[in-house]
Design a protein around this ligand. Structure first.
Ligand code: NAP
Ligand code: ZN
Length: 398
């Protein structure tokens, strides 16, 4: 994989150069390109020829190089995350700036960037709170995705119809337009795999490092062995945890979880008794840190109950449906446990830039996360892998 990565880096450099050279011919013009359009909820996506309008003031048009397919894209397609249709999903990408709108100073054409699904205005209370990234401009904070740019319009059309944006990113398109508040400039040599830092890796890794604040020598349990769960394992490992228990229902993913840093794995299918009892039995009363990465309410409770009563910390990452209610007896917290959560691992834009640097200097690997490499035409296969729970992360290379 390492030698392959080197080759891809060179290839990406070439792509970067090409894109820079082509910038002059496309800036200010509508670009026609391919995108995976979700016309209706819960239906397969269609590869379509779309038009992408030039960026307006404080917007950036990006040529996407690669995009991961995240559990949250599956949730949006199935309306667990509510977003307007028709829509171009995708929020875990990397690309190169093709052109910029008036007033953009953060990036210039040719820069390699990761679009951020959490904006950073830099001025609000959330932006100025350490370890928080909940900018007042975030639609996740205000509770409703509009699928539109800040001026209330879309930059995408297909067959004469307006197509919505998703999470301010829409990376399932060869070109996308994002706000300049939603962008992190990254190393020009960052390879295609670094798209995973656009969501899943940062989310799970940050959940361990920034939110749980996993300590050296501690015990951890990670629930849900998808892209976010694998990344949480990496975070626990790099924080120096001495025990990292991966908990999941698909045993075939366990060897990879161990390569990622899990010290042992527990199958939810192997036990009659509740899983929190199994974890507490294995860890002298409970783990120091539990990180939930499934989006299932029952697993969120299991994570909390798996922590040691006097000081355990449970972190929720999963996105539950609007109808889901987490109901718990307060006694679970009175004993001293902490229940918390975070979006995007608490990372702001500078944190994403730094994560890419850390990846380039081999502080962690993304290799074990990638279970499938696809092209855009195969995107529905990636959704099928999420549905079945058998994949870890699929990435699409454009
Ligand atoms: P994923 O690839 O779908 O992985 C989730 C894993 O949880 C599955 O691989 C499966 O693992 C288990 N699982 C979930 N639902 C299941 C079910 N109904 N039956 C059986 N197993 C199930 O998702 P992901 O991309 O890792 O994301 C995990 C969660 O985090 C999702 O809810 C996603 O929406 C959310 N998310 C949150 C943020 C944030 O900022 N907070 C960012 C990204 C994603 P096992 O085989 O191990 O059981
Ligand atoms: Zn995601």
């Amino acid at each position: 994989m390492a030698s392959c990565r080197g080759a891809e880096s060179k290839c990406n450099l070439l792509r970067t150069t090409k894109t820079t050279a082509s910038t002059m011919s496309t800036a200010g013009k509508v670009i026609k390109c391919k995108a995976a359009v979700a016309w209706e909820p819960s239906k397969p996506l269609s590869i379509e020829d779309i038009e992408v309008a030039p960026p307006k003031a404080h917007e950036v048009r990006i040529k996407i190089i690669s995009s991961g397919v995240c559990g949250s894209d599956h949730s949006a397609l199935n309306q667990i995350i509510q977003t307007p249709f028709p829509v171009i999903l995708g929020h875990e990408g990397i690309g190169v700036v093709e052109s910029i709108g008036e007033g953009v100073t953060k990036v210039k054409p040719g820069d390699k960037v990761i679009p951020l699904f959490v904006p950073e205005c830099g001025k609000c209370r959330g932006c100025n709170t350490p370890n928080s990234n909940m900018c007042v401009k975030s639609e996740f904070a205000s509770g409703g995705l509009t699928g539109l740019m800040e001026d209330g319009t879309s930059r995408f059309t297909c067959k004469g119809k307006m197509i919505h944006h998703y999470a301010g990113t829409s990376t399932f398109s060869e070109y996308t337009v994002v706000s300049d508040l939603c962008i992190a400039k990254v190393d020009a040599n960052a390879p295609i795999e670094a798209c995973l830092i656009g969501c899943g890796f940062a989310t799970g890794y940050g959940a361990a490092i920034n939110t749980a604040m996993v300590t050296k020598g501690s015990s951890c349990a990670v629930f849900g062995l998808g892209g976010v769960g694998f990344s949480a394992i990496a975070g626990c490992k790099n924080a120096g945890a001495s025990r990292i228990i991966g908990v999941g229902s698909h045993k075939e993913k366990f060897p990879k979880a161990m390569e990622m840093g899990a010290t042992e794995c527990v199958s939810t299918k192997d036990h009659e008794k509740p899983i929190h009892e199994v974890i507490c039995g294995m860890t002298n009363g409970g783990v120091d840190f539990a990180i939930e990465c499934t989006g299932r309410i029952s697993t969120m409770m299991t994570a909390l109950q798996s922590t040691y009563p006097c000081n355990g910390v449970a972190v929720l990452q999963g996105v539950a449906s609007p109808q889901d209610i987490l109901s718990l007896h307060p006694g679970l917290l009175l004993s001293g446990r902490t229940l918390k959560g975070s979006i995007y691992g608490g990372y702001k834009s500078a944190g994403i830039t730094k994560l890419v640097q850390d990846y380039m200097s081999k502080k962690f690997t993304l290799d074990h996360l990638i279970s499938k490499r696809l092209n855009m035409a195969e995107i529905n296969e990636a959704f099928e892998l999420i549905r079945s729970g058998t994949g870890i992360r699929s990435i699409m290379i454009y």
